[in-house]
Design a protein around this ligand. Sequence first.
Ligand SMILES: [Zn+2]
Length: 251
Amino acid sequence: MLKVNALKNNIYFPFVKLATSNLACAISPRSLGNMSYVYAGTENSLDNRRDFLKNLGVDYRSLVCAKQVHGSSIKYVKEGQQGKGALSDDNSIPDTDALATDARNLPLAIFTADCLPIFLYDSLTPAVALVHAGWKGTRDNITVKTLQLMQERFGSKISGLYIGFGPAIRSCCYEVGEDFKNYFSTGLIRKGNHSYLDLIQLNKRQVLEAGACEDNIFDSRICTSCRSADFFSFRKEGKNCGRMMSIIMLK
Ligand SMILES: [Zn+2]
């Protein structure tokens, strides 16, 4: 039985028992500062990235980032694409909300503040992927599409994939409008006159239906809004909110 998750020095590791010599995998806490080149005060973002990644044995200059658009497009990243979005947002991979690779020393990054970061790890092939799942990506099945890409391109067995749900806004805090019942037949929780969305339950249900194994799913159980002292929360802080970085890399 694998330990579900751990906060070590306030850094969240989705697969702590798997984060051995073969895998770097973590999300930055608020205490390490804003990691985005686009949102909030960005003057320290490069230094913040370097400090966070140094602790994980990852070269910040190799980072591959996506220009996230709340879509459901996934990009396969290959050897030679290191550094896209590492030093500037300008050359980030455009129009993408999930990244996947089977190359070593190619760190993938996504940025969130309430949206759900999902870490995917195929220890056999090996291969990794990272998904940015907000409500739109979840509605459009981005996580399952990423599993399918891993299956088709890498030969990954979906039942053997490790799947980690990072810190995100949870159904305790994620109030949504009445119109969401047009998009989701499950995952909406009614409390009084208010509706709340459970992004984690929705994504979990989708990956289980696609063939994932429940024993391989790890959930941080952290709500970014409840724990906004430790994590950035867009809902709580508004447009000047910084972003956390999730990264995954095969060593
Ligand atoms: Zn909450």
